[in-house]
Design a protein around this ligand. Structure first.
Ligand code: HEM
Length: 471
């Protein structure tokens, strides 16, 4: 049976709270090895045995999985001050992300940075970037058209790689006025390496990252590669005259703005970390979502036909514009359903700063609370036949029937994704721009693509499809 409301009972004595069920079979050496082998299967097993909340201890690290909308709302919204990001998962990704917004556990610094950056991510600001999104997509489609005749790959494209470069070009052109065409592939390769090494390290954090084994040396090189990518266009901008008056992009704003409270600007190191966080936050999440969306559409011709019908009717052959978004309702549902099934930022964590009570359970201080939307978005109490791709689940009347926190692809509360509007705008505009002229077809006999649980949820081996003109 599930709850409709979390009972937080601060007045109750500690002893009257129930201990969170321990996933006994998932403890100890056996549990650690099972978690290391296949994290998703391990958690699936825990949920089947213990339900919506249970604790486990891979390699002695105290973790609690919560898998109910009410628990998640409690942690991310109602009692968000009781939880921070000084949690195991963020400690692991911090060598890459450092002091940027994503993994920052220093609340004072985080507030200051978020305050300065938020104005560049409002729906109104994002509207100005719509043209970059469709222009870059058109250029990608042109490149596809001009490709040499199909060779050994039967005319298929590595869609994940293509969309990865597109996503990097869009975010860098929009926020930093930077043309990254030449260096996008190097960034992609470095990110993939870091994602895979850190994904494995999360499941088995040994030996520590500062021990120079070959894998950790490769991680160091990948971080250096991403740093070079970012410092390239920061250095270029620094060599130009910049003043707050001509603050047309986020980079100029970050270089020139001062905080309203302390009157100080941002040092170059912090600026570098924020730019890198934006590139990382925007790149792989959008790439994975669009790769999965094209893959799902190729496997579901009825959904693809509805998408094409909407795009043809709304656009009448034009390239989409920001103003078309409200009319592209089915396209948006395709994006939202893809984000449900293959939520790219599928896991995140909080640390309980002090002891808390959730639904009469005692949440011990220091617990690493794991929120995993791969399972939340398949919770049988909120999603019928959850493995099926059904964009209609996101029709307004269906959304109204579900608790808000049954669906959290962008997180929730004060640490909600700063790029949410940017991402949703980009997803819908790229889908509609491609669908206007092209369809992506599954080659005959193509194997099924499975998700790979790294730090993000990645389509294992990438998505390969064959572009076909619709004209
Ligand atoms: C489909 C696309 C995207 C998804 C699914 C996604 C998902 C998420 C999630 C779940 C979080 C919250 C993590 C937590 O609470 O611990 C987050 C945070 C963040 N995302 Fe995104 N994101 C996407 C696109 C973007 C884009 C386009 C940008 C930048 C342009 C971006 C930048 C960030 C940043 C900087 C944070 C940290 C926010 C903070 O703590 O203040 N993301 N994202």
């Amino acid at each position: 049976m599930h709850l409709t409301q979390v009972r937080r009972v601060p007045g109750r004595t500690r002893s009257s709270l129930t201990e969170i069920p321990t996933a006994g079979a998932l403890h100890g050496v056996g549990g650690t090895l099972a978690f290391k082998r296949d994290q998703l299967r391990f958690l699936d097993d825990g949920i089947r045995r213990h339900g919506d909340i249970f604790r486990f201890r891979p390699l002695g690290i105290p973790m609690v999985l919560v898998n109910h909308p009410d628990y998640i709302r409690h942690i991310l919204v109602d009692n968000s001050e009781g939880y921070d990001k000084d949690a195991a998962l963020f400690r692991i990704v911090r060598p890459v992300l450092r002091k940027g917004l994503i993994a920052n556990a220093d609340m004072e610094l985080w507030r200051r940075q978020r305050r300065m950056m938020a104005p560049h991510f409002t729906p109104r600001t994002v509207a100005a970037f719509a043209r970059n999104m469709t222009d870059e997509t058109e250029q990608m489609l042109d490149r596809w058209e001009r490709r040499p005749a199909p060779g050994g790959t039967g005319g298929t494209l590595d869609v994940t790689d293509e969309i990865g470069q597109l996503a990097l070009r869009i975010v860098n052109r929009s926020l930093f006025s930077a043309d990254v065409s030449a260096s996008a592939q190097a960034f992609e390769r470095a990110f993939a390496e870091a994602n895979s090494i850190l994904g494995a390290f999360f499941r088995f954090p040994f030996p520590p990252l500062d021990v120079p084994i070959p894998r950790h040396r490769r991680l160091r090189r990948a971080i250096d590669e991403m740093d070079t990518f970012v410092s390239g266009f920061i250095r270029k901008r620094l060599s130009e005259e910049v003043s707050a008056d001509d603050a047309t992009d986020l980079l100029t704003l970050l270089l020139t703005s001062v905080d309203e409270e302390d009157g100080k600007g941002m040092d170059l190191e912090q600026l570098h970390h924020e730019v890198l966080n934006i590139c990382i936050g925007a790149y792989e999440t959008t790439t994975n979502t669009l790769s999965w969306a094209f893959y799902l559409l190729a496997r579901h011709p009825e959904a693809e036909a509805k998408l094409h019908a909407e795009v043809d009717e709304v656009l009448g052959g034009r390239v989409p514009a920001f103003e078309d978004l409200p009319k592209l309702a089915y396209t948006r549902m395709v994006a939202e359903e893809t984000l449900r099934i293959y939520s790219p930022a599928y896991q995140f964590m909080r640390r309980a700063r002090e002891e808390d009570a959730i639904d009469g359970y005692r949440m011990p201080a220091g617990s690493n609370v794991l929120i995993n939307s791969y399972f939340l978005h398949r919770h049988p109490d909120f999603w019928d036949d959850p493995e099926r791709f059904v964009p209609e689940r996101f029709a307004p009347e269906e959304v109204a029937k579900r608790p808000k926190h049954a669906y959290i692809p962008f997180g929730s509360g004060h640490r909600i994704c700063i790029g949410k509007h940017f991402a949703l705008t980009e997803l819908v505009l790229v889908l509609a721009t491609v669908a206007r002229t092209h369809r992506l077809v599954l080659p005959q006999g193509a194997p099924e693509v499975h998700p790979e649980a790294l730090i993000t949820l990645h389509p294992k081996g990438g998505v390969r499809l064959r572009p076909e003109s619709r004209r």
